[in-house]
Structures are given as structure tokens and as C-alpha cells.
Design a protein around this ligand. Sequence first.
Ligand code: SD4
Length: 335
Amino acid sequence: MKGKNRIKNTMIFTVGLFAITFLQSCNSNTVSNKKVTNESLKTEKITPIVIGTWNFPKAIEAASQVLKNGGSALDAVEQGCRAEEANAENQTVGIGGLPDRDGNVTLDACVMNEKGDYGAVVGVQNIKHVVSLARKVMEDTPHALLSGRGAEQFAESIGFQQEDLLTESSKKAWEEWKIKSEYKPIINIENHDTIGMLAMDVEGNISGACTTSGLAYKMAGRIGDSPVVGAGLFVDNEVGAAVATGLGEEVLKTVGSFLIVELMRQGKSPQEACEEAIKRIVNKPNSNYKDFQVCYIAINKKGEVGSYAIHEWFSYNIYTNGESKNIKSDFYLKP
Ligand code: SD4
């Protein structure tokens, strides 16, 4: 009997051991379902990456410099956006931005960090670096979004420089526009050049920022998607981030950036998620998508990138592995 029991016990032990080993091996094979967290990334070497809408070499250079020096993703996107806010030749961002119908340059911006904190300003006049003002709202106030005069007063109280943002060439363009006063944004021209940036730093943290003067010759008080969380920008440090450019009204109505991040959470690649978000706009009943442009870029936690636009000629800049380049985006409306 004793001998029989010993054999039985040995068999139970062996079967148990086999079951545990089998279950463990199943678990280690489900890497694709495993959440990519900062903890799991710590064991891997992270390649910093930054992407930005359109082709702004100075912005990608400023942002990449921060990452090369081991700086944070938030600092990188802020510095990148600031480079473009200071560029008077860009008529959709910062100084030199095209004005609204009344001739006022009004700026919108937002930032979002790896903790899911968000700060934004809308309809701000006479302050060039609204991306930094949005960051101050996020970090130094109990609020997330400040508008118009209140945002300007806050900026003044913390020493932001005030200046006239309407340049001679933007004023001239507005005066020419007033002759016909026809509000019809031109694809890839009057919708063009808002900068949105997404970065992942050496710690594997993701942040994003977006800054714009909005659509040229908009009605006074009009706010687009760019400063609105989930529409123009969304960051989820567990999953990835997305940012938009183009006709803000359409991005707002489909909460595009949040949609992209949620699609990535469900397993789509950044490319697939951007394509789906564009299709949501295109497939709306009575969509007149042939008359406007919307573009998205996105990154995920693995450093994969995607982009998609309705029309041709959208491009984005990318810095990774010590190299910057401009990439032409795929698009929906093929000739
Ligand atoms: C807006 N989405 O205010 C912005 C405009 C833009 O490139 O992206 N221009 O609607």
C-alpha cells in the first residue's frame, strides 16, 4: 500500500508541475495582450521620438534637442511649438497668424502630459507663446482651460511679454480678403500649418502640445479643435497619443484624437486608428469632405507612428534614432 501511495503522490506532483509550467508558458506567450507600461519599458532601451504636423524643421530641431539632452517629452513638445510660434512667416501659429474677420489675431493652444494633466488657453490676443501659457494653466492654476481676457490677465500676472501679433503681410492678406469677404477656407492653404507635436522621452513618457491661430477670417469668438482635449489632442501614457490639424469643426464633432487613442487601446496600430478616424468624418451622412482637409498623426507606446489625411499633400516631421525627416502622409481621396 505504502508503495502504491508513493507512486500516486509522485504522479499528482508531476501532473501539477506540468500544469503550472504550461500555464506559465501560455502567459509568457500573450505578450501582444500584455499592457505596455512604464514598468515593462524600464527593462527595454527606449528610443526617444517626436513627431509634428506639416514640415517645420525648426520645431522638430528644437524638440529633438530636448530629447537628445535627456529632457522630458513635455519640454520637447513645448520647445518645438514655441519655435513655430516665434516664426512670423507661419500664418497659422503665433506671431503673424492670420486674423479673424475683425482683424484680431486670436490664439488657441493646449498641452497634455504623461499624467493625463491638461491645460489650455483659447482666444488669446497679444501673447505669442500660448503653448507655454497653456502649460502654466496646467501646472500653476486649479483650472484646465482659460479663455480670452482672463487668460491674458493670467499671462500678464506671470510676466508673459505682450506684443502686436498682426504682421504687415497678415494685415495685407486680411485687407485683400475683406474685399470679397468670402469665407471659404482653401484646402491645405488657409487650413494649413497648425503645429501639433507628440513625443516620447527616454523614460517612455508621452506628452503632446498644439498651438494655432485657428482658421483664417473666422468669426470673432470661434474656437477650433486644437485647444480642446480629445478633439485636437489627446495623450494616454498607457496607450499613446494623437493630434489633429485641418478643419477644426469636423475634428470637434468626431472627438478625433480621443477616438484614435481609444482605437489603439483596443489593439489598432497608430496607422489603422488614424485611418478609422478620418473615415468617421468621411462617412458621416451628407459629409462634404471633398471641400475640406483634416489630418491626424499618432504614436503608440511602442514608438510606432501613423498618419492619415482626407486630401493629398499633408506631411509630418519625425525625429528618431538621431535623424529627422519629413514624411508624406497617406490620404483618403485618391485621384
Ligand atoms: C482649427 N484645426 O482651428 C485648426 C486649424 C488648423 O492647420 O489645424 N490649421 O480648426
